[in-house]
Design a protein. Structure first.
Length: 125
């Protein structure tokens, strides 16, 4: 049986979302627009990973946060490659929903997506 290695989904998504500010932690000085990327689960088999990832999108106002979430979601759902590997399918687990910052009340939307990405074959040819 061939051996496969899976990409770091969070790192690949952060790279894909450039030039927007995206990270796995909120920066101490929060930019006007920010995307928090968190793998929250998923499953895998021997050659395919199915990461489930929540995106928390923040902006300066509720309308700006809603629009930013829409643009981020659209960009993600059109991705056909991540980390140099093909993405086969995007599934929306939870659509954009208001999610105010629990500490500051700042405007944020969150949504969760799952996608399928093939692993990198580690077996020598």
């Amino acid at each position: 049986m061939e051996a496969y290695e899976f990409i770091d989904a969070e790192a690949a998504l952060i790279q894909y979302l450039k030039p927007w500010k995206a990270s796995t932690q909120v920066p101490s000085t929060k930019p006007a627009e920010h995307i928090l990327v968190a793998r929250v689960g998923g499953t895998a088999d021997w050659f395919m990973d199915r990461p489930m990832v929540t995106f928390i999108v923040s902006a300066l106002s509720w309308p700006a946060a809603a629009d930013f979430a829409r643009r981020v979601r659209q960009k993600l759902m059109s991705a056909t490659e991540l980390g140099g590997l093909p993405v086969y399918r995007w599934v929306e687990i939870g659509g954009p929903a208001r999610s105010p910052d629990p500490d500051t009340g700042d405007p944020r939307y969150q949504f969760t997506l799952e996608f399928r990405v093939r692993g990198r074959n580690l077996t020598p040819a």
